[in-house]
Design a protein around this ligand. Sequence first.
Ligand code: COA
Length: 154
Amino acid sequence: MKLTPHEIQELVVLDALCFEPPLNYSYRDLLAYTKFEGAILLREREGESLIAYCLGDAHEGTILTLDVHPEYRRRGLGRRLLSEMIEEMRKHKAPCVVSQIAIDNLPSLELHKNLGFKFVSILYDYYPDGTAAWEMELDLSSSNALQPDGTDSQ
Ligand SMILES: CC(C)(COP(=O)(O)OP(=O)(O)OC[C@H]1O[C@@H](n2cnc3c(N)ncnc32)[C@H](O)[C@@H]1OP(=O)(O)O)[C@@H](O)C(=O)NCCC(=O)NCCS
């Protein structure tokens, strides 16, 4: 995926509003991630302003980040973007979708749980500041996999 420097910078600015240093991504990080062959970027704008995005890697079946501007939270944007990302991963034949989420990030843990993700393992010292993360996974291979709206596929 080829983004302009302005578009990368927008991602950096919103990520800094969503994560305290050292957990936020740098320009260099986001430039690299958006160049992954399996990179998928879903964006939500209000007017010209970027208010939310989800970046994933369909090859690895991973969510790289999900950012909703603090002023636009609890309006369903996070759920919508993550649901769309799951659908994109499904189309790309990813067997599962994996997210790493800080153990104290209740909003994100709840969101993932509501969309059918399961707790897989705890990753100690996962973040640069020593915070641990939960690895959560949504199985897309099983015919019993939950649909992104939380309903059963059968
Ligand atoms: C996590 C985040 C993406 C959620 O986005 P959002 O647009 O506010 O979420 P939604 O409005 O779509 O909420 C969907 C569900 O998430 C859960 N949720 C969201 N915010 C929550 C909160 N503050 N407390 C508890 N649960 C919450 C709820 O289950 C909610 O469903 P409900 O509204 O039916 O109760 C947003 O808080 C955010 O950007 N946080 C900072 C960055 C981050 O942590 N990203 C995820 C990294 S893995």
